[in-house]
Design a protein around this ligand. Structure first.
Ligand SMILES: [Zn+2]
Length: 344
């Protein structure tokens, strides 16, 4: 039995040896075999396929390392975009404001007036708002430039006060320098009339506009200023303008002009006026108004009493805490109760 087993074992050994030999020879032959070349080719192809991916991975990692730069650039671009959008918004709102201004300007020109074709140069931009004139005194001098204008200017200069001059066209002739001095010293020039002849200027709208254009052009020619406020000769309510007064007022308001009557009369043109009466009239009335538009005269004859009263008026009102200023179209119009805007 044992032999048999041994024999069997012996028989098996060479068999195993043979198998090993077989394997060795098959390994050696693989290097030169078709299979080997097949595998080689497949391997090379695989390497060729993998290489580009590795290269891309390299690029990607480099790009990744450049990330902070790109992030910074993106942030900068976002800020620029933000700034541009803000700029666009600014332009839009600026545009809106300009359109509003245009609407206002159009409104000034769009009105149904049979006189709108007359003297088209008589148009000004009206006030956009009115200022708060609390405890302010507006001294106004009518009918100049005249023999007392220089003296009035000297007093105003001494107290460093600005005032308003409603001038007449015919009086400018020969006094052009005086008119320029009024402007140079910082006062306001308003229109009063060219001829100051009530019967003529209030006889029709055309006559009023004709006279107004003459004085307006004269002022502009001499001073370069286009006046935009005026005072009716005799005030907005007088016995000469009952016929055409309302039409003239509407016409002038629609052209952008503002007119001013007065709420403090000095009666300095009265035959029996004295420096004392002028002073008392002004001081007493000024105290009863939140702001005063004081009617005085520097032309239309000698007004020596006005010049005499002026420093006293100024000193008294300054001591009571009032301030003085020149008028602009932003001063709320002081018009007679039955005149102007409330006039039917
Ligand atoms: Zn006058």
């Amino acid at each position: 039995m044992i032999d048999h087993v041994n024999t069997g074992l012996h028989r098996q050994v060479p068999q195993v040896k043979g198998q090993i030999k077989l394997r060795r020879s098959s390994q050696i032959s693989y290097l030169g075999s078709v299979r080997f070349f097949k595998h080689l080719i497949v391997g090379v192809i695989l390497v060729m396929l993998v290489l580009p991916w590795m290269a891309m991975a390299g690029v990607y990692s480099r790009a990744k390392s450049a990330d902070p730069d790109i992030t910074g650039q993106l942030g900068e671009l976002a800020r620029q975009q933000e700034a541009l959008l803000q700029e666009l918004e600014d332009y839009k709102s600026e545009n809106r404001l300009l359109l509003q201004e245009l609407d206002k300007a159009r409104a000034l020109y769009d009105f149904d007036s049979p006189y709108s074709q007359l003297y088209p140069e008589l148009r000004v931009s009206g006030p956009q708002e009115y200022i708060d004139s609390k405890k302010v005194i507006y001294l106004t001098f009518d009918d100049g430039p005249g023999v007392n204008t220089r003296a009035v200017l000297k007093i105003l200069d001494k107290y460093n006060i600005k005032a308003t001059f409603f001038v007449v066209g015919y009086a400018i002739e020969g006094r052009e320098e005086l008119l320029r001095q009024i402007v140079e010293e910082g006062h306001t020039i308003g229109i009063h009339s060219y001829s100051h002849v009530y019967k003529e200027i209030y006889s029709s709208v055309e006559e009023f506009l004709d006279d107004f254009a003459k004085v307006s052009n004269k002022i502009e020619e001499v001073t370069g200023i286009k006046a935009d406020i005026f005072r009716f000769p005799g005030g907005s309510v007088n016995s000469f303008n009952e016929g055409w007064g309302n039409t003239i007022i509407s016409e002038m308001l629609s052209r952008g002009y503002r007119y001013y009557d007065w709420n403090v009369g000095s009666s300095d043109v009265a035959a029996d006026a004295t420096a004392g009466s002028i002073y008392n009239a002004v001081i007493n009335q000024a105290r009863s108004h939140s702001y005063s538009v004081v009617l005085l005269h520097d032309g239309g004859g000698s007004k020596a009493r006005t010049v005499e009263a002026l420093p006293l008026i100024i000193e008294k009102l300054l001591s009571e805490g009032y301030s003085f200023d020149k008028m602009t179209n932003q001063v709320k119009p002081t018009v007679f109760a039955t005149g102007g805007y409330s006039r039917g």
